[in-house]
Design a binder for this molecule. Structure first.
Ligand SMILES: *Cc1c(COP(=O)(O)O)cnc(C)c1O
Length: 408
């Protein structure tokens, strides 16, 4: 039997059933009128943000990386909880603005921004995290045409990456950001062109569970920001320190020690070099803020035995939960936290694999794991579904269409 990932804190059983946001899984499905269904808990979003605020230095701003979960009701809750929103496309800009979020709180990163995207962002007063000299030129030309002062920051490709991170996004040759040694010249160019200078964006990686690695990266990031500010000869208004805070998805994963990160960062910010004394700092997080607050519920439509192995076949699959199937950014397939939602407090009775309804062997939500005996009609819960679930899965694949979503 293969182990399952750890079920996040905050989920309990009532009458044997998984409860999300105070409501039983079967009630939520009844309200939605169908499965598969993503349910996000506003309480868990609030608790997570509060715990993070309490651990981090008071002056540190908290940004939400919208790509982790752009569902409108989630954005609405997040707008009460964070200080800024990081977007990666004009499509996300539309979603964030529709949630009533002030464009002055939005920053836009991403390689390959089209001219129409740059224009929409500049016109709205969004901060652009410039990814190249070419993009800087296009943004300045668009701003000149619109006769507006663009808000420009520079994404720095740091000369280090976040150790142990699931996805490296800095260090060496990268499509992201401007190589550190070329940044000072670009800062001067942008400032001389009359832009509103907003500072640096330095993002070194994602999904790290090792607090020491994040502490080290933040220290290196501050050093790099100081060096580049010094060399560019222009005061640095803001510095986005990136994020990379991971959540436990797989067996053996341990929650990140945010107290340790917060204390170390407090120390760092209390002893800044002179050149950073007027700089404001933020971090940008996606999965850490929303990942554990979401559950994907899918119904078993068939139970089969093949060559002695039990298969629980559900009405969802990798077209909604690509990450749980092991096909999104993981090398070795390991099990996510998965449970039978309407037998949440039952002991393990058998080994079974939970597979989706797609005609591909890749569509496996749990591989040879231990479950209570389950059959047709029972509900399967996949946890850690609040980030990169609905938004990062190929919902059109095989024509089943997207899952329902609900905030409770
Ligand atoms: C994806 C991304 C994030 C969010 O990553 P998480 O691992 O979800 O925290 C933050 N910043 C940038 C620039 C990103 O590309």
């Amino acid at each position: 039997m293969k182990p399952l990932g750890p079920i996040p804190a905050g989920y309990a059983a009532i009458d044997g059933e998984l409860v999300i946001g105070g409501r039983k899984a079967s009630d939520l499905v009844a309200q939605a009128g169908r499965t598969p269904l993503f349910v996000y808990s506003a309480d868990l979003l609030r608790q997570r943000a509060a715990a993070l605020r309490a651990a981090m230095p008071e002056q540190l701003s908290l940004h939400f990386a919208v790509k982790a979960n752009p569902y409108a009701p989630v954005l609405q809750v997040m707008s009460e909880l964070v200080d800024g929103f990081d977007i990666a496309s004009a499509g996300e800009l539309t979603l964030v603005r529709a949630a009533g979020i002030d464009p002055a709180l939005i920053s836009f990163a991403g390689p390959g921004k089209r001219d129409d995207e740059l224009e929409a962002a500049v016109a709205a007063g969004v901060t652009l995290n410039l990814e190249s000299e070419g993009e800087a030129e296009r943004a300045l030309a668009i701003a000149a045409r619109l006769e507006t002062k663009p808000r420009l920051a520079i994404r720095v490709n740091p000369d280090f990456d976040l150790k142990g991170s699931g996805m490296k996004m800095g260090g060496g040759a990268k499509q992201f950001g401007v190589d550190a040694e070329r940044v000072p010249a670009l800062v001067r160019k942008v400032v001389e062109a009359g832009a509103e200078w907003r500072g640096f964006h330095i993002f070194a990686g994602s999904q790290a569970l090792d607090a020491e690695a994040i502490i080290e990266t933040q220290a290196q990031t501050l050093k790099l920001a100081a060096r580049l500010a010094e060399e560019s000869g222009v005061p640095l208004p803001c510095c986005n320190l990136g994020g990379g805070f991971g959540i436990p998805y797989f067996p053996g994963d341990k929650p990140l020690d945010i107290q340790a990160i917060g204390s170390a960062l407090k120390e760092q910010l209390a002893h800044l070099p002179e050149v950073l004394s007027g700089t404001r700092f933020c971090i940008e997080l996606g999965r850490y803020l929303v990942g554990e607050a979401g559950v994907y519920l899918t119904r078993i439509v068939d139970r089969k035995v093949s060559h002695g192995e039990v298969f629980l076949i559900v009405d969802g699959g990798l077209h909604h939960q690509l990450a749980a199937s092991g096909n999104f950014g993981t090398v070795v397939r390991r099990n996510y936290p998965v449970a039978i939602a309407n037998r949440f407090d039952c002991p393990v009775e058998e080994e079974a694999s939970v597979v989706g309804c797609l005609c591909t062997p890749l569509d496996r939500l749990a591989d040879k794991a231990g479950f209570p005996h389950a059959g047709v009609g029972d509900l399967v819960a996949v946890f850690c579904a609040g980030a990169y679930g609905a938004t990062a899965s190929p919902a059109q694949f095989l024509g089943h269409g997207p899952a329902a979503e609900m905030l409770v």
